[in-house]
Design a protein around this ligand. Structure first.
Ligand SMILES: Cc1cc2nc3c(=O)[nH]c(=O)nc-3n(C[C@H](O)[C@H](O)[C@H](O)COP(=O)(O)OP(=O)(O)OC[C@H]3O[C@@H](n4cnc5c(N)ncnc54)[C@H](O)[C@@H]3O)c2cc1C
Length: 290
């Protein structure tokens, strides 16, 4: 491993560092749980790592609930997401996904921004954020910030929409303060119970009114396509129906709609057939027992 390290502490210094490294080889480092593996393999003597871990700007480091939105800084770790009371009560899917991330040590350093920017189809917090229809708040070295749906942020395996001079500042979940009943969780199937990358995962966040009618539904699936997918038609199928009244044929119809978004491959960990079959059964199961 041979690289230069710069550690800005303010956003102004960060943006200057990005600008100065334009056209040269550089990477951002946050919790380093992914990056370290890349750095171990890299042979490039010209590489600079712009270390985000020393940044002292609340927009990157805090969780803020402000009226119509929940803002989570890119440097917030999985452990902090798990411990946040507001997230626990409002968005269980995100806390469950963070809770299944690696080991305790990994959860203490792995950041939500790193999970998104790695753009793995198996990213757990990323899958939950797609289900929640969160948006990325992206800061360029020069000019104005831009906002992009998390589902549009992923372009391919380990490929994002971030430009060379852009950094992910935070993710924003649209929220409303009204009383809603939530049915929200993250299910991950792996080969063992911990320290495991998902073979198939599903994140769901369903909100219902007092009458049990579903008013909002977000379903995302992981490890079954090159990127995490938002199962739009399956979500639309649920809205307006009563969760407790769905029968077996409706659950099958819903699961078939979810599977339409999958294009799994067979690899050393599971066959495409297995992934698709498990996804169908998982999708049905989330609507059972109500
Ligand atoms: C043992 C182990 C177990 C793991 N288990 C899981 C698991 O269960 N589930 C799971 O989803 N992942 C898992 N991972 C992968 C990893 O922990 C996550 O992807 C993590 O969220 C990455 O965050 P980080 O802060 O460590 O990112 P880093 O490693 O610091 O960075 C990852 C990538 O994102 C870029 N980046 C980071 N922050 C920003 C930013 N703000 N703006 C622009 N680019 C940025 C970096 O340049 C790099 O390319 C595991 C990894 C290990 C080593």
């Amino acid at each position: 491993m041979n690289f230069d390290l710069v550690s800005p502490t303010t956003t102004e210094d960060l943006l200057r560092a990005i600008d100065e490294h334009r056209g040269r080889r550089f990477r951002f480092g946050a919790g380093y749980t992914d990056l370290l593996l890349d750095l171990e393999e890299q042979q490039d003597n010209e590489l600079t790592v712009i270390n985000l871990a020393r940044l002292n700007d609340p927009s990157f480091t805090s969780i803020v609930h402000d009226g119509g939105e929940m803002r989570i800084g890119a440097l917030v770790t999985a452990s902090r997401i798990i411990a946040d009371r507001k997230l626990q009560s409002r968005y269980p899917v995100l806390c469950q996904a963070a809770g299944q991330h690696g080991s305790r040590q990994i959860r203490h350093t792995a950041t939500v921004g790193g999970n998104l920017c790695t753009a793995s189809p198996a990213g757990d917090m990323a899958c939950a954020l797609v289900a929640l229809r969160a948006r990325c708040d992206i800061l360029p070295a020069r000019g104005d910030a831009r906002s992009l749906a998390v589902s549009d942020f992923f372009l391919g395996v380990r490929e994002t929409d971030l430009k060379e001079d852009e950094v992910l500042r935070r993710v924003i979940i649209p929220t409303d303060d009204g009383e809603v009943k939530t049915h929200s969780d993250f299910i991950k199937i792996g080969k063992r119970r911990s320290m495991e990358c998902a073979v198939v995962s599903i994140a769901y966040h369903i909100e219902s009114d007092g009458d049990d009618t579903m008013t909002r539904a977000g379903i995302a699936i992981g490890s079954v396509a090159p990127t995490i997918k938002y199962a739009r038609s399956a979500c639309e199928y649920l809205v307006g129906k009563r969760l407790s009244s769905l029968g077996p044929s409706e659950r099958d119809e819903f699961a078939a709609k979810v599977v339409e978004y999958a294009s799994p491959i067979s690899d050393i960990r599971a066959s495409a057939w297995y992934r698709e079959d498990v996804l169908f059964n998982m999708s049905k199961s989330i609507l059972e027992n109500h």
